[in-house]
Design a protein around this ligand. Structure first.
Ligand code: THU
Length: 129
């Protein structure tokens, strides 16, 4: 049976603006109280202003006032799992902490990880004193 969080990420992926790479990604974050917030990647003609699906979802959640999270699902149309890029790992760690990360494609789940496994030895606010 499909995890509803993965279904939400697949639906968000359909809204991706991947004009340049044609690589569509969807993400769905679940808050501690069960609210689901989605994101898709949004590219730009300057390329460098592109924002990944994970960060769109995370920033939407933060700006909507959510501050406690359980899981994120990330979906791309790849056979191998598409994991979050380095900057997204940093943002997810700082705002969501050690959440579960579900990687899936359009038809199946490809893996489950903890954020702490994807970002070992993180730099974060604890070190700033
Ligand atoms: N991308 C994401 O949105 N999330 C990932 O986890 C990997 C990469 C986007 C950025 C860019 O729009 C496209 O995928 C190709 O890198």
């Amino acid at each position: 049976m499909n995890d509803p969080l993965v279904t939400a990420a697949r639906q968000a992926r359909e809204r991706a603006r991947a004009t340049f790479s044609h690589f569509k990604v969807g993400a769905a974050i679940e808050t501690a109280d069960g609210v689901v917030i989605t994101g898709c990647n949004i590219e730009n003609a300057t390329y460098g202003l592109t924002v990944c699906a994970e960060r769109v979802a995370m920033f939407k959640a933060i700006s909507d006032g959510h501050d406690s999270f359980r899981r994120i699902a990330i979906v791309a149309d790849t056979e191998a799992p598409t994991p979050p890029c380095g900057p997204c790992r940093q943002i997810l760690w700082e705002f969501a902490g050690d959440i579960d990360v579900i990687l899936a494609n359009l038809t199946e789940e490809k893996g489950r990880y903890r954020m702490s496994a994807l970002l070992p030895l993180p730099f974060d606010a604890r070190l700033l004193g």
